[in-house]
Design a protein around this ligand. Structure first.
Ligand code: SF4
Ligand code: SF4
Length: 226
C-alpha cells in the first residue's frame, strides 16, 4: 500500500480555512445578477423566439397553406389547414391560403426547421421569448395571434390583389402598398357592423378575425387540441 504524503507545517495550519478562498474571491467580483423581468437584456439578432406569419406590403398574407412547415416540424407542433382563395374572399396572392394555423408552444423546441421549410418566407421567428402561462390552452397560438400586425399602407384581408399583378409579382417585390382600388374594394365589402368590429371573413373554429388590428377573444376550448 503506497504511503500517504504528509503536508508541511503551513499547509496543515491553513488547510481548514483553505476552502474559503473561493468564497472570499467571489465576494469582491463584479455582480452578474440580472434584474429580470424589470430589466430585460436584448437577445442576439438571430435568436429563435415566437413565430410570426408575415404579410405582403398590401396586407395580403404570405402563407399559402402548403403545410411544409408542419411536415418539417420534428415536434409535431404546427397545425395547418389550407383553403382556396375566391374572388370574393382572397387572403393571399396565390391559389390557396392558410385557413387554420396553430403553433403549440408546449411542444415547440424553437429549432427553426419550420422557417427553413417555408417556401414563401411567410413564417419567421421573432426575438420574443416570454412564453409562459398557467394553462395548456393559451399556449396554443392561433393564426390571429401569429399574424404580423398591419403596417402603414396595408389593408386587412380579404381583398383582391393589386390590379394587373400576378402572384409572382408579389414575390419579386413589385408591390409596395395597397392601391386606391384595393382601398375602395375594402370599404365597399368590409362594412363596419354596429359594434365596430368588422368581420374579415371565414371564421376559424372558435377564432374570429377582426379588422383594424384588433384581436378577438380566443375561445380556447374550441381551439383544436392536439
Ligand atoms: S421551431 Fe421547430 S419545434 Fe418549433 S414549430 Fe418550428 S419546427 Fe416545430
Ligand atoms: S407558413 Fe410557409 S410552409 Fe407553413 S403553410 Fe404557410 S406557406 Fe406553407
Amino acid at each position: 500500500m503506497p504511503e500517504q504524503k504528509k503536508g508541511g507545517f503551513f499547509s496543515d495550519l491553513f488547510a481548514p480555512v483553505g476552502g474559503f478562498g473561493v468564497t472570499f474571491a467571489t465576494m469582491f467580483r463584479k455582480l452578474e445578477t440580472e434584474e429580470y423581468p424589470e430589466e430585460k437584456r436584448p437577445t442576439q439578432p438571430r435568436f429563435h423566439g415566437r413565430h410570426q406569419l408575415n404579410r405582403h406590403p398590401d396586407g395580403l398574407e404570405k402563407c399559402v397553406g402548403c403545410e411544409l412547415c408542419a411536415w418539417a416540424c420534428p415536434a409535431d407542433a404546427i397545425l395547418v389547414e389550407g383553403a382556396d382563395n375566391t374572388d370574393d374572399a382572397r387572403f393571399s396572392p396565390g391559389e390557396r391560403y392558410g385557413r387554420v394555423y396553430q403553433i403549440n408552444y408546449l411542444r415547440c423546441i424553437f429549432c427553426g426547421l419550420c422557417i427553413e421549410a417555408c417556401p414563401t418566407r411567410a413564417l419567421t421567428m421573432t426575438n420574443f421569448y416570454e412564453l409562459a402561462d398557467n394553462n395548456r390552452g393559451d399556449l396554443i397560438f392561433t393564426k390571429e395571434q401569429l399574424l404580423a400586425p398591419l403596417q402603414e399602407g396595408m389593408l386587412t384581408p380579404p381583398h383582391p390583389m393589386v390590379d394587373g399583378m400576378e402572384e409572382r409579382d408579389y414575390y419579386q417585390g413589385k408591390v409596395s402598398k395597397a392601391t386606391p382600388e384595393q382601398e375602395r374594394w375594402v370599404s365597399e365589402h368590409q362594412a363596419e357592423p354596429e359594434d365596430g368590429l368588422a368581420w374579415t371573413g371565414d371564421p376559424v373554429e372558435g377564432v374570429d378575425t377582426l379588422a383594424g388590428g384588433r384581436q378577438a377573444t380566443r375561445d380556447t376550448d374550441k381551439a383544436v387540441k392536439r
